[in-house]
Structure formats: C-alpha cells, structure tokens
Design a protein around this ligand. Structure first.
Ligand code: NAP
Length: 516
C-alpha cells in the first residue's frame, strides 16, 4: 500500500489539531506530524499532538526535522532526538530521522533504544537536496540500506527538469520498500507515479496553501485530478507534454473520460522544459522504461514541431496530413516501442464545423471558407479544409505568412483588412483576437456577417466571443472553440484507447474543466 500522507505543519498546537480533523475528513491515509513546525515545542506538546492524531485511527509518521534538512524553528538536536524517541514510545507507526544524523552514535542512541523497545514502529532514514539532484542518488540509497537494512530509505531531491525524475523511478522499481520524491514543479509526476511503483508513501498537502515542499499538490487534486485511489501497478500512463502545462484542461478532461469508461488509465500534466533536446530526452527516457507503462501523449506548445522531428528522425509512423501540417499533437506508443504520430487539431476543427452544419466532410468540397490567421491553429485548419476540397482564402496580419501557407496548400490569400469583403460561406477565426482579456475585439466587422453564413471561432475563452455573439444576432450559425477542443480530445481518446468516449461524458468534462 502507498499511503497518501498529509503533513500536519501548523505553528500552533490547536491549529495542528484542526489540521488533523481536516486531513481525516479529506480521506488522508496517513498523517505526518511535522513536530519541528510547532512553535515552542517540548516533549509534552509533542506527545499531546500524537495522542490527538491517534484518535483519527490513521497511521502516524512523526518527524522533527533538522533545520539543515529543511526543518523549521532551529530546534537543538537534544530536543529533536528526544522528541523522536518519545514519539516512538507513544506508539507512532513510522519515525523519520535524517540519515546523516542517525549515522552519529550520540544522536541515534535514544532513537535506537526506543525502536528496540517498540518494534512496531518503522524507521525511515531520509536525505534531502533542495537545490538539485543528488550526485548519485542510487549510491546514496544503497549506502543507507547497506548500513541500516531494516530501515525505509527516503530520498527527496529537487528535479530541475522532468528528466531528473527517471532516476527516482529506477530506484523505486528496484526497491519497493523505499520513498523517492522529486521536489519542484518538474517533479510533480513523481508524487503520483510513486503509487504505481508501489512506494511506501507519497505526500499531499491539506490544501493549496499548506504545502510543506515545493511541488507538493493538494489531497483534493491528488484524488480528483490524478485519480490517486484507482492507481495500481497495472495503470497505463498518458499525459500532456507542454511548457507551461499548469493551465491545461487536458488532465481533467481525459481523466474524467477514463474514469467514466472504467479504464485503468491515468493522464498527467508533463512539464517538459528545455526545447527539442529535453523533449527528445524525455521520450527516450520513457521508451527505455516500458515498465513505467506510458502509452500515449498529447503534445502542445512549444513541442508540436519537436514531436514531428523526433518521430521523423526515429523512423516511426506519421499520419500524412500531420506531416504536411508540420505539427504533431498526439503520440501513441504501441508494441515494440513503435510510436505513431497524429494531428487531431484539424480533425477536431473539421468535426466541429461539419457537426454544426449537419454535413459530412465531403460536403465541404468547393465551399468558400475565409480563414483568419496563419499560426498553428490556422495551419491545421487550412490543411484540413484543403484536404476536404474547400475553397480557402487566408487572411493574416502578417501577409507573407498567409501567402506562404496559401502556396503550400493551394489556397488564395488576401490582406486581413479585406476580410470585410468576403462572400465565403464559412468564416473561421484562428487568431487570438477576442480572447480573454481582450473580449471586446472581433476580427470581422459585424456588417460582413450574413444570416446564411457559418461562423466558427477557435477561441474558447470566453465561450461566446464578440464575433460569435454578433454572428448569432445576425442569425448566422455559430461554432465555438470548445467544440474544436472537444473534437480534438475525442480523436485523441480514440487514438489512445481504440474506443470512442461517450460524447456527453466528453462534453460535460470539457464544460466543467473550462468553468474551473
Ligand atoms: P499562433 O501560432 O501564435 O498564431 C497566432 C495567430 O494570431 C497568427 O496568425 C497571428 O498573426 C494572429 N494574431 C495574434 N494577435 C493578433 C492581432 N492582434 N491582430 C491580428 N492577428 C493577430 O497561435 P495558435 O496556436 O494558432 O492559436 C491561435 C488561436 O487559436 C488562439 O486563440 C487559440 O486559443 C486558438 N486555438 C484553439 C484551439 C481549440 O481547441 N479550440 C486549439 C488551438 C488553438 P501574425 O502571423 O501576424 O502574428
């Protein structure tokens, strides 16, 4: 069992008692009493808090951390070692002591004596590096377990990049009775994947404001967003590769759908910083470790072209239109580590459009389309429309980009100001004009819109842009950006699972995530 452990870290004992109640209500599986966080700590106070915690009937881990390893209040070592010994006597389940201190006879003596008298309490020996990786984490882990074979070795280090997490995974895969945590935003996945690898415990904070380490996420996020309760060693892993990634609604949407379809799969936010090189390193790391169970990825800014390049160089499969678009947003890892790469943006956009019009893609043939924008979204949509045989005119602020795109896909182009004269049946905004916070802007003058037009805005924040509101007023058919998001996510889900997700499930997941 991997205990989902909530640190109790208040400064005042009454507040710490409140935290215990709150953690129990939130279904923590273990309490970590960070006794060093209590102001004016003495033995009586420590024992009082342990007694209160025992009433929760949850397993208790006790720490009185040395300031040199991230502890609070600078308590002297006499107090710290005696607090730990008393905690053991009071019957805590786990006691966490710094490995370096435990190697010293004078420090270890009272703790060892208490452990000998209370064999039920398990000893965790920990080492921390708050700045970076350990020089050799594996060696340090072996050293701890060689010197103290009965202990649980715990390493906590800062991951400066997501690739730093793989050393932690390697140690955990070979040593179940261990704890290896990567701190920092790049290390968040280590806190979740820890459960799949069968580690002893992982930490989650009581709420967004009470994390005791960088990158510690709340128990609510851990349970709701990361499906913690359903993770086991057979869980297949997916995720969105991005930088930044925190804003992405992908994890909420895909995890909701996996849960609704009763699939043992987990979708993680994967912060991959450092461009093409680190992106390649990340995929290499994943492919070298099939036992991690990564099966697919969504890919977004700034890695869509990096994904294409990686797959091209490694001679894997690329969907022809994704190659033509020059961007990949979906990777699927199949048998023998073969990767298949797709672009579901164009399919999502086309499905949103044809769905709203009640037609099939083939009915787009020769239909006049005005596409505003020639960035990533514009490119994918132009490629999709051109592939379906539509008559596309591209309007873009930087005209040269419109010209190049038009040349590539056999379309026409015109200055962005000319969009006011368009007689196209379909108008699509692929720029960020009208996106929050600039919600009073529209890329198309209201007079241009006619009741028999279809107006599609790829912007999804706000859900109804000024362009869509005006188009609705005129009586034109409208399609919102969330429809495109739903379309591309639904396509990805199919690539990941070879199954369709129930449409209403996907819709409600997207709506809920966007509201949040
Ligand atoms: P991008 O590659 O950065 O391209 C941005 C485009 O917007 C370029 O054509 C740019 O013109 C134009 N633009 C930006 N500000 C402008 C302004 N003030 N006036 C005129 N044109 C302006 O971004 P992207 O990935 O294509 O995203 C574009 C939009 O699509 C965003 O609003 C995004 O939310 C939306 N999108 C939606 C989905 C979905 O699932 N619904 C998916 C992807 C993107 P220049 O070339 O002249 O710079």
């Amino acid at each position: 069992m991997t205990y989902l452990t909530v640190p109790i870290s208040a400064e005042k004992i009454e507040a710490a008692k409140e935290q215990i109640i709150s953690a129990t209500k939130r279904k923590a599986e273990m309490l970590e009493l960070r006794l060093d966080c209590l102001g004016g700590l003495d033995i009586e106070m420590a024992v009082e808090l342990i007694r209160t915690a025992k009433k929760s009937e949850l397993p208790i881990l006790t720490t009185c951390r040395d300031e040199a390893e991230g502890g609070k209040n600078g308590y002297d070592e006499n107090l710290r070692k005696n607090v730990l010994a008393q905690a053991i006597d009071a019957g805590v389940d786990f006691v966490d002591c710094e490995f370096e201190n435990f190697c010293r006879k004078d420090f270890a003596e009272p703790v060892k004596k208490a452990l000998a008298e209370n064999p039920k309490t398990k000893l965790i020996l920990s080492a921390h590096n708050f700045k970076s990786k350990f020089q050799n984490a594996r060696k340090l882990h072996s050293e701890i377990t060689a010197l103290f074979p009965d202990c649980i070795a715990k390493l906590a280090y800062k991951a400066e990049n997501i690739n730093d997490c793989f050393e932690a995974f390697d140690i955990l895969s070979e040593n179940k009775n261990s704890i290896v945590i990567c701190m920092g935003q790049a290390g968040i996945i280590s806190r979740v994947i820890a459960k799949k690898l069968g580690t002893v415990l992982t930490f989650a904070s009581l709420d967004e404001n009470s994390a005791t380490a960088d990158g510690q996420i709340s128990i609510e996020k851990m349970k709701k967003l990361c499906r913690f309760d359903s993770i086991d060693e057979a869980t297949e892993l997916y995720g969105i590769i991005a930088d930044p990634v925190g804003h992405s609604i992908g994890p909420a949407v895909h995890n909701h759908c996996f849960a609704a379809e009763k699939m043992n799969r987990l979708y993680l936010p994967l912060l991959v910083e450092g461009g093409q090189r680190k992106f390649g390193e990340f995929l290499d790391n994943v492919l070298k470790r099939p036992w991690l169970g990564f099966k697919g990825f969504s890919v977004t800014l700034p890695h869509k072209t990096n994904a294409l390049e990686y797959v091209t160089k490694s001679g894997n499969y690329i969907e022809p239109l994704a190659e033509k678009i020059g961007a990949v947003n979906t990777l699927v890892i199949g048998c023998n580590d073969r990767i298949s790469a797709y672009n579901t943006d164009y399919a999502g956009a086309l499905d949103a459009l044809t769905g709203a019009m009640g037609i099939g893609r083939k009915h787009l043939k020769k239909v006049g389309c005005a596409v505003i924008g020639a960035g990533g979204a514009g490119r994918a949509i132009v490629a999709g429309l051109a592939d379906a045989g539509a008559k596309v005119t591209i309007y873009n602020r930087t005209e040269k980009k419109a010209q190049n795109l038009a040349l590539e896909f056999g379309c026409r182009h015109a200055p962005i100001a000319d969009v006011k004269n368009t007689d196209a049946k379909i108008i699509i905004n692929c720029t960020s004009i009208g996106m929050s916070p600039n919600v009073n802007a529209s890329p198309v003058p209201k007079e241009t819109i006619k009741p028999d037009m279809v107006v599609f805005d790829t912007v999804y924040n706000p859900a109804e842009t000024l362009l869509l509101a005006e188009a609705k007023e005129i009586g034109a058919k409208t399609v919102g950006g969330s429809e495109m998001f739903i379309g591309q996510a639904a396509e990805q889900f199919k690539h990941f699972t070879q199954k369709s997700c129930d449409e209403s499930t996907m819709r409600s997941a997207v709506a809920k995530a966007m509201r949040r």
